[in-house]
Design a protein around this ligand. Structure first.
Ligand code: R5P
Length: 310
C-alpha cells in the first residue's frame, strides 16, 4: 500500500502518512504556463494499492483536474488498485435539479472520477449520503461526528445542551450528534432566495436558556451559521457553539464569524485553513488525520470501516 498526495492539502496528507507510519509517493505535480497540469510519478508503483489524497476545495476546478490526472497517471503506471481519498468532496451541493435546466455536478464529478480509473472512494461527511449511489464502485463515507462529540464532552459543560440543525437537510447529522450526547434536537427553518443568501424563517424546538450546538457539513460564506446563531440568541439561547466538517470559508466568512455571537466554531482539516483563520480566536481546527489513516489501514487489511463508528 502506498499514499500519494495532491497539492490541495499537503499537511493533512503528511499527517495521514505519519499515522500510517508510511511515506508519500515521490511525485511532481506542476503547471504549464497556460495553466495545464502536469503529473509525474517518480518511483515504481507497479502492482501497488495506491491511495491518492486530494480535496476538491478552492481552487475547486484545478484540484479536481489534479485528482483526475493523478488517477490517470496511477492507472497508466500499472497500480493494482486506486482509492481516491477525497477528504472534502466538492461539487456535492448540486446533487439534483432544484430548478429546470441546471446540471447535476455531483453526478458528473462522480462519473469523471470513476472514468479516470478509481476503484474506490473514501470521503468525509458527504453533503448528501445518496451521492454514494452516483458511483458504481464502493464509497466509504466517514463521519466527523464522533470527533466533535469527544471535543464537546471535553470542552463544553454540556448539561442543558441542545443540538441544532441549521436547515432541514442537516437534521440527520444533528440527530446523530444528539444521540451520542443524549441531548434534544432543534431545527432551523432556513430559506434561500438565491445562492449565497439565506434567511431564518423559524426555529423548531425550545432553545431558551439552552447551550446550543449547531452541527453542519459545510460553512461557505458563513451566512447560514451566523444567521442561525443570531436567531437562536434572539430566542433566548445562552451560548452558541458550532461544529462544521468542511471549512470552505469564502469571502469574508472568517470576519463574519469573528464578529458574530458564536462562542466557538470548530472545523476540521479536510480543507487546509491554517493560514485563513490566523488571528480568529473563536475558530478552532480538529484533525481528521487519524480517522482517515485508520480507515485506509482497515481498507488495506480488508477489515471493517463501519466498526470505527460503533
Ligand atoms: C447547505 O445545505 C450546506 O449544508 C451548508 O449549510 C451551506 O453550504 C452553507 O453555506 P453558507 O455558509 O454560504 O451559508
Amino acid at each position: 500500500m502506498k499514499l500519494l498526495s495532491g497539492n490541495s492539502n499537503k499537511p493533512l496528507s503528511k499527517n495521514i502518512a505519519k499515522y500510517l507510519k508510511s511515506k508519500l509517493v515521490n511525485s511532481s505535480i506542476k503547471k504549464f504556463s497556460d495553466g495545464e497540469i502536469y503529473i509525474e510519478i517518480n518511483e515504481n508503483i507497479r502492482g501497488n494499492s495506491i491511495f491518492i489524497i486530494q480535496s476538491v476545495s478552492t481552487p475547486a476546478n484545478d484540484n479536481l483536474m489534479e485528482l483526475l490526472l493523478c488517477i490517470d497517471a496511477l492507472k497508466r503506471s500499472s497500480a493494482k488498485n486506486i482509492t481516491a481519498v477525497i477528504p472534502y468532496f466538492g461539487y456535492a451541493r448540486q446533487d439534483r435539479k432544484v430548478v429546470p435546466r441546471t446540471s447535476i455536478s455531483a453526478k458528473l464529478v462522480s462519473n469523471l472520477i470513476t472514468k479516470a480509473g478509481a476503484d474506490r472512494i473514501v470521503t468525509v461527511d458527504l453533503h448528501a449520503g445518496q451521492i454514494q449511489g452516483f458511483f458504481d464502485i464502493p464509497v466509504d463515507n466517514l463521519f466527523a461526528t464522533p470527533i466533535f462529540a469527544r471535543h464537546i464532552k471535553k470542552k463544553i459543560k454540556y448539561k442543558n445542551l441542545i443540538c441544532v440543525a441549521p436547515d432541514v437537510g442537516g437534521t440527520e447529522r444533528a440527530r446523530a450528534l444528539g444521540k451520542i450526547l443524549n441531548s434534544e434536537l432543534a431545527i432551523v427553518d432556513k430559506r434561500r432566495a438565491k445562492p449565497g443568501q439565506s434567511e431564518v424563517m423559524n426555529i423548531i424546538g425550545n432553545v431558551k436558556e439552552k447551550i446550543c450546538v449547531i452541527v453542519d457539513d459545510i460553512i461557505d460564506s458563513g451566512g447560514t451559521i451566523v444567521n442561525a446563531a443570531q436567531a437562536l440568541k434572539e430566542r433566548g439561547a445562552k451560548e452558541v457553539y458550532v461544529y462544521i466538517t468542511h471549512g470552505v470559508l469564502t469571502g469574508d466568512a472568517v470576519k463574519k464569524i469573528k464578529n458574530s455571537s458564536i462562542k466557538n466554531l470548530v472545523i476540521t482539516d479536510t480543507i487546509d485553513n491554517s493560514e485563513k483563520i490566523k488571528g480568529a480566536k473563536n475558530i478552532e481546527i480538529l484533525s481528521v488525520s487519524s480517522l482517515m489513516g485508520e480507515a485506509i489501514n482497515r481498507i488495506s487489511n480488508s477489515t471493517s470501516v463501519s466498526d470505527l463508528f460503533k
